[in-house]
Design a protein around this ligand. Structure first.
Ligand code: GTP
Ligand code: MG
Length: 172
């Protein structure tokens, strides 16, 4: 018999880094080059860990736009996991710095047991890379976070990063 356990997951990060695109790749295996800015969206996806265990992700895709920033705690407060996204084609002073500030905010305000995954998105644009992989890797290691680079567009590492989170979640 298979048992399904539900967990809440929140996506955070600067506007246009690809939060919604990563979720839609994961949930519907879709991608669009033209995606509207999010206010808030709720989606679910279930993954199978083994023949007896499934994990249902209840996903809050939040707004990266500054004017909605005050809403974020509503979504991350009860979250079991957070995916914090930056864009590797931007210089580190922009979306990577923003990602770091989200990590700090979660460390102060979220549940201490929250599983945090840092994601550098848009690896399909390798030739336009401005944030080195090592910067993300090192920061994640220092702070005890999971880390992945991914591409919502090509699908590279998207399923895998959610599976990695699933494996870290506490099963009763
Ligand atoms: P907000 O909802 O405003 O916070 O933005 P977001 O982080 O949800 O970004 P969104 O998913 O809307 O993507 C922003 C833009 O980046 C869109 O034009 C996407 O098509 C594009 N994009 C997202 N992921 C990728 C990717 O992996 N590669 C490439 N080349 N483009 C991407
Ligand atoms: Mg969005």
């Amino acid at each position: 018999m298979s048992r399904t356990t539900s967990f809440k997951l929140v996506l955070l990060g600067e506007s246009a880094v690809g939060k919604s695109s990563l979720v839609l790749r994961f949930v519907r295996n879709e991608f669009s080059d033209f995606r509207e800015s999010t206010i808030a969206a709720f989606l679910t996806q279930t993954v199978t860990l083994d023949e007896s265990t499934s994990i249902k992700f209840e996903i809050w895709d939040t707004a990266g736009q500054e004017r909605y920033k005050s809403l974020a705690p509503i979504y991350f407060r009860n979250s079991n996991a957070a995916v914090i996204v930056y864009d590797i084609t931007q210089p580190p002073e922009t979306s990577f710095e923003k990602a770091k500030s989200w990590v700090r905010e979660l460390q102060r305000q979220a549940d201490p047991s929250i599983v945090i995954m840092l994601v550098g998105n848009k690896t399909d644009l390798e030739s336009q890379r401005k944030t080195p992989r090592e910067l993300g890797e090192r920061f994640a290691e220092e702070e005890g976070l999971l880390f992945s680079e991914a591409s919502a567009k090509s699908g590279e590492s998207v399923e895998e990063l959610f599976m990695e989170i699933a494996k870290k979640l506490p099963l009763a």
